[in-house]
Each structure stands twice: as C-alpha cells, then as structure tokens.
Design a binder for this molecule. Structure first.
Ligand SMILES: [Zn+2]
Length: 86
C-alpha cells in the first residue's frame, strides 16, 4: 500500500484535487479520502466533496489522485507498485 514518507501513515490518503464540500470549521479538509489494500487498490473511499464521476476516476487511477497525507499534510506519498504512471 502507499505510505507517507514524512510521517509513515499508510492508513488513509486524501486527494487535494477535489475541494471539500464546505469551508466551515467542522468540514473535512479534503474532498476525497481513501484507504488502500496492500496491492494499492482502494479499500474504502469517502467522498466529501467530489462527485461520483470524480470518485470513479480516482478509483481507477488512485496514484494520480491521492496525493496528500491527511495526517501530516505532506504530499510526499510513496507508491510501491504503480510507478509507471505519467
Ligand atoms: Zn504524513
């Protein structure tokens, strides 16, 4: 599974591509969050601002969309298997 090279988080990842649903204090910080299986397919995805088409695109190409660690805010996410995207 992917992991954050800054804090080591491998539990969940966020996409900064999609804005959160609202900007109130209690709103989530990211429009899309996901947790991953060891083969880097998505286990769970939480849509908090992204629409279904966005979510589908992210599901098909997670390497491209999940670029942020929601724990520490780093964008230094390491992927083990899918290094061949451009
Ligand atoms: Zn992190």
């Amino acid at each position: 599974m992917p992991y954050c090279s800054h804090c080591g988080n491998d539990k969940s990842f966020a996409s900064s591509i999609f804005p959160p649903a609202s900007e109130t204090a209690n709103a989530p910080s990211y429009g899309l969050l996901a947790s991953f299986n060891e083969d880097e397919t998505i286990k769970n995805m939480e849509c908090q601002g992204a629409d279904l088409d966005d979510a589908q695109a992210a599901f098909e190409e997670p390497v491209r969309y999940f670029n942020t660690c929601p724990v520490c805010g780093s964008d230094n996410i390491k992927w083990n298997y899918k290094q061949d995207f451009h």
